[in-house]
Design a protein around this ligand. Structure first.
Ligand code: F6P
Ligand code: MG
Length: 453
């Protein structure tokens, strides 16, 4: 089967176009401003000097990008994963430029390039350029956070009253759907898209009311297959390939608490990024920060009983290792997830495969992870999901993708749905109808049992 092309940055009908022209320069500028703020507050001469160098490097990266410079080899073999980028660039035949090259590759390249400036400076090598932004937005999410803390406490009390062994399967399935929905729509809060969002904007995507309204916007839904897989499994281990920190990760934690409290899962493993990534992605260190922030009564003065209960439950499960957090370099390279198999021994694909093999359900969160699952290729949107995920469809991994659509690639839609939504999107005054798929207003829940014949 010949594969469709990937998406390119100079394709005006793709979200790649405005992403590289408008959003990437803003993201770099925000990084420059963040460094400037940290430099300004510091009295450490070395940190200040190095910070100024980083600012200059970021500025020249921004110039290079906006002037459509050519992409160069990293030639940094001692930094994990960068060799993979160089190999790909060589395969692409070098002549790749920022504003014309393959979108997914360049987006990954951009975040690694930014990261390189930091890890080379002794005073900045562990600095998370996006941490302030992650926490600020979390702080602005009190509406959704309170609502979920209250919902969780109420549910926990009910489960305790009934006894988890006596829970009715049908009721559990309905609750499972509710908590998966919470985690799915948590993905609508993505800092790379919400960089200039107001409190009202954030509120409008985070509450139960918003979720209810959005139910019809789930365009394909394989959740009952994932449910069957989970309840029929014996070890009941659930893995999350995480996406964003802050509110989204909070919703993943709410789903986790539900799974552990009800015994639907005995062990949950969070797979995190090893470095700042795609603005707001979760690193291991973001977990204690989230707990600290939830406990901050200046940020979250209300509903303290529910909030403190939630924190104690998270601590309990984390300390008893029912909830574990791990990270791996594989998640921040350019390779698509088709490389998660025993043959990819150079950049961690085989290792990740071994790590995930014992899992009963692998929940893959968010847009970028979905793009990597599907190779970010121009599939017809009615192509079955399992046809677009390479060797993942046959290597036994049980994958559940929860994704709000924020990029072009999309599979598994009913015939005619793409055309219908494109028409609708045009009728709202948008020039390119197909871009409905990058608006974050629709979502897909897709499952693969890894046993496609
Ligand atoms: O599509 C725009 C974008 O910023 C992509 O760069 C990336 O795929 C995605 O959004 C990030 O979203 P998420 O956090 O859901 O992966
Ligand atoms: Mg993300």
């Amino acid at each position: 089967m010949s594969l469709p092309k990937v998406y390119y940055n100079n394709d005006k009908t793709s979200f790649a176009f405005s992403t590289c022209q408008k959003r990437w320069p803003i993201i770099i500028q925000n990084a420059i401003d963040d460094v400037a703020e940290t430099v300004e507050k510091s009295k450490d001469e070395e940190l200040i000097d190095q910070g100024k160098i980083i600012q200059t490097e970021l500025l020249s990266l921004k110039d290079e990008l906006t002037n459509d410079g050519e992409i160069k080899l990293f030639n940094e073999d001692s930094v994990p994963g960068l060799k993979s980028f160089d190999n790909t660039l060589q395969k692409l035949g070098f002549k790749i430029t920022w504003l014309t090259g393959p979108w997914l590759y360049l987006e990954c390249y951009l975040y690694r390039k930014i990261n390189l400036f930091f890890i080379k400076k002794s005073k900045w090598n562990n600095y998370d350029i996006f941490e302030k932004l992650k926490r600020e937005t979390f702080k602005s999410s009190s509406f959704g956070i309170y609502e979920l803390a209250i919902r969780y406490k109420q549910l926990h009390d009910e489960i305790t009253k009934i006894g988890k062994e006596k829970l009715d399967q049908e009721a559990l399935k309905i609750l499972f759907t509710e908590f998966v929905d919470i985690s799915l729509w948590g993905n609508a809060t993505d800092l790379s898209l919400l960089a200039n969002a107001t409190l009202e904007d954030i509120k409008s995507v985070q509450g139960a009311e918003a979720r209810k309204k959005s139910e019809l916007n789930i365009l394909t839904n394989d959740l009952s297959k994932a449910w069957d897989q989970l309840i029929n499994s014996s070890t009941k281990r659930v893995d999350f390939i995480l996406d964003n920190a802050g509110f989204e990760n909070f919703t993943d934690l709410i789903l986790t608490l539900f799974l552990l409290d009800t015994g639907l899962s005995n062990e949950v493993i969070f797979h995190c990024k090893t470095r700042p990534w795609m603005v707001s992605d979760t690193m291991i260190k973001d977990f204690p920060i989230l707990l600290e922030d939830l406990a901050n009564i200046d940020w979250f003065p209300e509903h303290r009983a529910e909030m403190d209960f939630l924190i104690s439950q998270l601590n309990k499960y984390h300390k008893s290792s029912h909830l574990k957090l791990v990270d791996h370099e594989f998640w921040t390279i350019d390779l698509e997830y088709w490389n998660i198999n025993e043959n990819e021994t150079q950049f961690g694909g085989a290792e990740v495969f071994e790590l995930l093999k014992p899992s009963d359900l692998i929940i893959v969160k968010g847009d970028l992870n979905y793009r990597k699952l599907t190779g970010d290729r121009q599939w017809l949107r009615s192509t079955p999901f399992v046809k677009g995920i390479g060797s993942l469809s046959t290597n036994g991994l049980k994958i559940l993708a929860l994704r709000t659509c924020k990029a072009d690639v999309c599979l598994g839609l009913p015939l005619g749905k793409d055309e219908e939504l494109s028409e609708y999107w045009r009728s709202l005054g948008n020039e390119v109808g197909e871009l409905w798929c990058s608006s974050g207003k629709w979502a897909v829940i897709s499952y693969s049992d890894g046993n496609l014949k």
